[in-house]
Design a protein around this ligand. Structure first.
Ligand SMILES: Cc1cc2nc3c(=O)[nH]c(=O)nc-3n(C[C@H](O)[C@H](O)[C@H](O)COP(=O)(O)OP(=O)(O)OC[C@H]3O[C@@H](n4cnc5c(N)ncnc54)[C@H](O)[C@@H]3O)c2cc1C
Length: 247
């Protein structure tokens, strides 16, 4: 039952995303048929998409999707992830997959302290023993393996490693990055969001080149004095700014 690390892989994305987005955006403003609008070369299409994606006209971004496979994450992370509703998820089941030798995630604050880390690992090991005993007892009582997994899992920790496949369209990804790439987001989902963002930037810079935490698009930090990371001025500071003709 080892400690494991985050792994994010892009499985699939819409083919020719720039062409898809270009035709979707152009259809909104053209008398011509979308299928006939792809005469421009790639660079021109990309430039148009970049301009439109930054304009606040977001619904055409729903035509392009990204599917990621994620492993080496805790159920703490996936519980937060699945709160994002405009997405599709397929997560490893604890009914069908027995956790007879589970892996786990150790938070950095515990990892860096030898004593806390060894206490954490001991706890994982004790839970593993209890879970295995519970499974055995339930099977001896006549439960099927699936029924035993289903009930024994109630003793498992939130730190347990899980795997999940997630699909989001570009509009939802931009929103997800705004929320979860912020320094205020919980460290584990923030690490995953940043990995996804870098993949998206690489594949579709016209949409994701300027995306990230919400302060990037807002131009200020909405988190307030207590929580701001300081990368952007606070909203109140922006509101109180005096206009001067030299600006
Ligand atoms: C830093 C941070 C701390 C958090 N802390 C807590 C917490 O303490 N407790 C807690 O319960 N949650 C917490 N959350 C989760 C948060 O409340 C949301 O559930 C989560 O961020 C999902 O995002 P969302 O609802 O904006 O958008 P998504 O579900 O990703 O949907 C995207 C957008 O679609 C629109 N949309 C989706 N569904 C609807 C709908 N039914 N009606 C209208 N519009 C809709 C909204 O515009 C929404 O922003 C936290 C999130 C963050 C980032």
């Amino acid at each position: 039952m080892p400690q494991v690390a985050l792994n994010v892989k892009l499985i699939e994305t819409t083919q020719n995303p720039v062409a898809v987005l270009y035709s979707a955006y152009r259809q909104c403003y053209s008398a011509e048929f979308a299928a006939d609008l792809l005469r421009e070369d790639f660079k021109k299409q990309e430039e148009f998409v970049r301009k439109m994606a930054g304009s606040g006209h977001e619904s055409p971004l729903e035509h392009v999707k990204f599917t990621f496979a994620v492993e080496g994450v805790s159920r703490v992370l996936t519980h937060q992830l699945v709160r994002h509703r405009i997405a599709s998820y397929s997560q490893q089941s604890q009914r069908y997959v027995k956790e007879a030798d589970f892996d786990f995630i150790i938070p950095p604050s515990i990892e860096e302290d030898e004593e806390l880390k060894s206490r954490f690992i001991e706890t994982m090991s004790r839970i593993q023993t209890d879970y295995n005993k519970m499974l055995k007892a339930l099977i001896e009582k006549g439960r099927t393996h699936e029924e035993a997994n289903e009930d024994a899992r109630f003793v498992l920790p939130q730190a347990i490693e899980t795997k999940i496949v997630v699909t989001m369209n570009c509009r939802e990804l931009l929103h997800f990055f705004q929320e979860r790439c912020c320094a205020r987001a919980q460290w584990e989902i923030r690490d995953m969001a940043w990995k996804m963002l870098l993949i998206c930037r690489d594949h579709l810079p016209a949409v994701f080149g300027n995306s990230g935490a919400k302060c990037i698009s807002l131009g200020y930090c909405p988190e307030g004095e207590r929580f701001t990371c300081g990368a952007y001025p606070l909203k109140q500071v922006m509101l109180n700014r005096k206009y001067t003709a030299t600006e």
